[in-house]
Design a protein around this ligand. Sequence first.
Ligand code: HEM
Length: 431
Amino acid sequence: MAQGEERRWPPGPRGHRLTGNTRAYEADRIGFLRRSHREYGDVFSYDEHTLFVIDPELAHEALIRTGDTFVTELAPFDMRRDTDRAAEHATSWMPERRSAWPGLNRTAAAMTDEPTVAILDAVITDGAGHDVDVLTTMRTLTARTIAEYCFGADHAGVAELLHETVRATQAFAEASREFPAWLPLPRHRRYFRTYRRLTATLTGLVRERRASPSGRSRDDLLGFLLAGEPAPSVDTVVSTLHSVLMGGHGVPAAALTSLVWELARRPGLVHDLRDEADGAQTGGTPLAEAVIRETLRLYPPAWLMTRTAATATTLGAWTLGPGDDVLLNPYLIHRDPRWWPRPDEFDPTRWLAGQAAPGSAYLPFGAGPRVCLGATLTMRQLTLTTSWLARRFTVESPNAESVTLEFVDRLAPAHLRARFLPAESARRNNG
Ligand code: HEM
């Protein structure tokens, strides 16, 4: 912004004289955002340094400009708004990201069907008939899937550590106030302790594999990474694996929980999926893929993404200073009647027969240079899982009608419980 130029900042709810909008937001996050959207439009301010963007084109633009004028990944407790450190991290991450891609692309993803089914069998079939907490079950499933994807059979202990790490980071996501990292708060100590344990375990696994004669064989992601030219350092490989493990665990587990929520309330859809899956060889079917796309539209696990201006810049009509935050909201964009007919209705058929999504109005995987690295892989695995579940089970839930969505870290129905009943016995029970 040139000197003397007026800062253009959007209007927004003024909130309480001392606490601003924090209370209202914490009491009902999505309600607060819907009200503000209605009252102030597609871009509104939350405070002097934070604005929300519900405009798909502007949200897209902020994502595309990441690495240029916007940064991401400030640590959860980073009060210093250290955008230089975030930019430095991005500089080292982008080559790591490129090196991981051959291990995550379509060809690599196609190799994962068999292990995915074996893990589904171990986690879902073994617990069939029991009442389970769906999110916990799905986290067990995704932790094992991603650990095995990264390390093949050598993944012992990694899945458990992932659970622990997610629990340790959850405390930050749920807290409305940030405290400096050096404060000896229990949640900081726990986070650093868990982070160190995970790093030590990953380092051990990478060193061991590097020393083995078959270490560079491309049977799992670690093999792909070690086969890279020039040979990457142990630290680089550990950091890449860390990002993939964290990205590939909690988020798909949230998506699967929302999927089960829909399946439990739609026995007719389960039948249609089963009919289609029975006629197919293996893998997912077009309807299963449409069900996943629709699940990610109505319940995008990454319902809120943050970008921070690294320098003075503009976004649309608005002027941003370094350190200002832009919060992008796929949840509201995905439910906007301007882009989606019958936006709150779960209707997978909208994805069939080539009815394409309206471009930038569908952002479950983000966009731009930091778009989800696991999107191809996860679409394949989630589609396969949908067909697999429908083929084998009927889903019953004692609380599907009463649970509500939780807008905390990852969007998912809170405390959903379900039973996976083998399809044959369900047919018998229903006469
Ligand atoms: C339902 C499944 C998934 C969804 C909805 C999802 C969504 C996302 C989104 C929205 C982002 C970008 C966040 C931002 O820009 O702030 C992201 C980044 C990322 N995702 Fe996923 N993800 C999923 C599954 C996975 C899986 C299975 C993996 C690993 C195999 C993965 C690995 C990553 C990584 C490494 C990043 C960081 C990319 C970067 O910063 O360059 N994701 N994901």
